[in-house]
Design a protein around this ligand. Structure first.
Ligand SMILES: NC(=O)c1ccc[n+]([C@@H]2O[C@H](COP(=O)([O-])OP(=O)(O)OC[C@H]3O[C@@H](n4cnc5c(N)ncnc54)[C@H](OP(=O)(O)O)[C@@H]3O)[C@@H](O)[C@H]2O)c1
Length: 218
């Protein structure tokens, strides 16, 4: 599969490198060519480019830029048409450089980031996923990660796009969990806030995870 990565920060690098190692063709897109090249150099057979090149390249596009609409970032609303667009974003809670400064006393936003992106790019097949997975967990070796059965909650209105992203999560060693449609994405975003409370202020650290386990009835 051809995967375009928009943003070479923690999530873009962790997921893009994981998928390149699984054999996908990955193009890292960045504002800074040198940053894209350094991300690509760390991943097998990956390429480097701009945000627009990543959008044009990917059948699947990972969107990691928080609070910037794709239409503004890419200069047009149709740049992601037909692509499976993974929204891994969470809202700003304070200083990302210092999770202990996160503020959890603010009300949840009325609309999820995934719905906002879907409205901004009506031709894209938007999927909410990976926002509850800390990047250090994504970077764990597949075998080590798989033994823990960590959930990736996957929400989308497009069943085919959802299935693609569940497959991409499972290749990395996660368990893909159907989290309903985009109208439910706000629940997955709220779940990430709870996890961030645990990671930061409650001191569990960046390997804390959140999963769904269904127990046998008897
Ligand atoms: N880090 C985690 O463990 C984690 C876990 C789950 C969810 N998330 C969520 O995933 C999203 C990305 O997190 P991250 O940790 O990867 O963030 P990050 O390290 O800051 O990377 C985000 C990337 O987005 C691009 N970017 C940022 N601001 C921009 C702007 N104003 N205009 C254009 N491009 C901009 C930059 O890409 P270039 O530098 O390549 O230009 C930047 O490296 C956030 O919404 C975060 O809440 C993060």
């Amino acid at each position: 599969m051809k995967i375009g990565i928009i943003g070479t920060g923690h999530m873009g690098r962790a997921l893009g490198t994981g998928w390149a190692r699984s054999g996908h063709a990955v193009l890292f897109g960045s504002r800074d060519r040198a940053k894209a090249e350094s991300a690509a150099a760390a991943a097998p057979s990956a390429r480097a480019g701009s945000f627009a090149e990543a959008a044009a390249f990917g059948e699947v596009v990972l969107y990691t830029v928080r609070d910037v609409l794709p239409s503004a970032l890419l200069g047009r609303a149709d740049a992601l048409d037909g692509r499976v667009v993974i929204d891994c974003n969470n809202r700003t809670l304070g200083d990302d450089g210092n999770p202990s400064l996160f503020r959890f006393d603010r009300p949840l936003p009325e609309r999820s980031s995934a719905e906002i992106i879907a409205e901004d790019c009506p031709g894209a097949r938007v999927v909410k996923a990976f926002n509850t997975i800390p990047s250090p967990v994504i970077e764990l070796p597949r075998e080590r990660l798989a033994s823990h059965g960590v959930s990736v909650f996957v929400g989308a209105d497009d069943a085919g796009a959802k299935a693609v992203v569940i497959g991409l999560a499972e290749e990395l060693g996660f368990i893909g969990v159907d989290a309903g449609g985009l109208a439910h994405a706000h629940l997955v975003e709220a779940a990430a806030d709870l996890l961030r409370l645990e990671i930061g202020p409650l001191g569990r650290g960046p390997y804390a995870t959140l999963s769904l386990h269904v127990l046998p009835e008897a």
